[in-house]
Structures are given as C-alpha cells and as structure tokens.
Design a protein around this ligand. Structure first.
Ligand SMILES: Nc1ncnc2c1ncn2[C@@H]1O[C@H](COP(=O)(O)OP(=O)(O)OP(=O)(O)O)[C@@H](O)[C@H]1O
Length: 236
C-alpha cells in the first residue's frame, strides 16, 4: 500500500479516514492493526482488500495492482485472492460445515479441491463435524469454520476484523492460535484488526493507526507493550 489517502464525502462534510498511508505487509506474517475508534482501521482493511477504493495512492495485492481494475475484475480479485473473517461468523444456517466452506468456489463455478477441503476442515478441528449445521456448533467452532471458508481459495491474504470480538477469552485464544498455525505451517498472510492487546500479542507485529496515519509499529509484541503504546496514542 503506497501513499493511500481515503476521503469520504466532499466539501465541509468531508472526512479523511486515511492520510498517505504507506506500508508493506510481508508474506507469511501475522499483523495486527490497532488504534482508537475512528482512527481508520476498518478503512485500512477495506482499502487493502479492494472493498473500498482509495481517493489517491495505490494498493497492490500480491502482483496485482488494484487501482486500475474495473469493478468486475476487482470483485473477482477480492473473491479469489482475499479471505475474510468477521466478528459475526456469517455462516449459512441451511448448509452443513463442509457446504459452507465450499460455497464460494462452488458459486463461482470452480472445481472443489476435495483434499484441500478435508485438510482445512481437519486443520481447524472440524474434520469430524463436516456434516453439522452451524446451529449445532459453539461460537468458537463456527468461527473456525469461517476461517476454513476464508482459506479455501488459497488467498493471498486473510483479513480478519475483530475475529475474536464475540468469543470468550479461552475460545478466542484458540482462534488466535489457529491463525498462528496457518501463518507458520501454510505460509498464510493474516491481517487482523483488533481492540484487544492480548489478541494483538499473538501477531508478529502490531501496526498502530491514529487519526488516519501510521503511528508506529511493534514487533514481537507483548500484551503489556501493546496496552502501553495504545495509552500513549490517547486511548484510555
Ligand atoms: N462510509 C463512510 N462514509 C463517511 N465516513 C466514513 C465512512 N466510513 C468511515 N468513515 C469515517 O472515517 C473515519 C475512520 O473510520 P474507520 O471505520 O476506518 O475507523 P476505525 O478505526 O475502524 O473505527 P472503529 O474502531 O470505531 O471501528 C471515521 O471518522 C468515520 O466516521
């Protein structure tokens, strides 16, 4: 991401959510994004994913430059190169675990790689629950299904927006351990927005945003260091 600025609206009501943000996220790393409410975290994630177009600046995803792409091509890039995990799991209630994970490639008419599907279900600990429906699963299990779904296309990057926000701390830790494993064992790249210093401490590095700008980075962070840095950004 190079000199990305994002302004919503025009004239007096214009809000600049990102100001000249430049950052490179290395492959096979786990990065957390933190900052006070309104600092631009969601906008950052949306621009990185091609969900939102920057007002100026460039975003590259792997070897694809997003700026020049037409809407249809951008949608295809998003679907094929980006995996999304949200606070709400957004699973389809009528479908089984396995059908949920396979849904997006199936809808786009792609052949399903059965071995990869089984490996993913196994990796997220759902290998013996592939035929269950979401309502028969705990929140943590549903989130792990959502993570398998995000990975099915072997995306360039997984973007996670408060993925542990709805989970109790023990279940949340299991989800964070899973991200670590996916980064370490599969070489997956993960970018996660979180408010929780403990969640951020699972990442290889934490990027801090304040008022639409990058306000620092911590490598190999501990939760205490993250809290301390956040306090100094002005968040109580
Ligand atoms: N679609 C939009 N239209 C207008 N303004 C927006 C829009 N999206 C975000 N903003 C504004 O841009 C700024 C940054 O918002 P953003 O959602 O990126 O912050 P955030 O750090 O994710 O906040 P939070 O932690 O509260 O989710 C805020 O001032 C917000 O009001």
């Amino acid at each position: 991401m190079d000199a990305v600025t994002k302004t919503y609206g025009t004239g007096e009501s214009a809000v600049t959510a990102l100001r000249e943000v430049s950052i490179g996220i290395a492959r096979a790393t786990f990065t957390a994004v933190m900052g006070p409410s309104g600092s631009g975290k969601s906008t950052f994630l949306h621009c990185a994913a091609g969900l939102d177009r920057p007002t100026s600046g460039r975003v590259r995803l792997g070897d694809v430059e997003l700026a020049g792409l037409k809407e249809a091509k951008l949608t295809a890039v998003r679907r094929e190169r980006v995996g999304f995990v949200f606070q709400a799991y957004n699973l389809m209630a009528a479908l089984t675990v396995e059908q949920n994970v396979a849904l997006v490639p199936r809808l786009s008419g792609h052949e399903i790689d059965g071995a990869w599907l089984r490996e993913l279900l196994h990796r997220v600990g759902m290998g013996d629950r592939a035929d269950r429906r979401p309502s028969q699963l705990s929140g943590g299990q549903q989130q792990r299904v959502a993570i398998a779904r995000a990975l099915i296309n072997r995306p360039e990057v997984v973007l996670a927006d408060e993925p542990t926000g709805a989970l109790d701390s023990r279940t949340g830790r299991q989800v964070l351990e899973l991200f670590r494993q996916l980064v370490g064992e599969l070489g997956q790249t993960v970018l996660m927005v979180t408010h929780d210093p403990v969640a951020a401490s699972y990442a290889d590095s934490v990027v801090f945003l304040a008022d639409g700008r990058i306000a620092g980075e911590l490598r190999a962070p501990t939760a205490a260091q993250v809290s301390d840095r956040l306090t100094h950004l002005g968040e109580a």
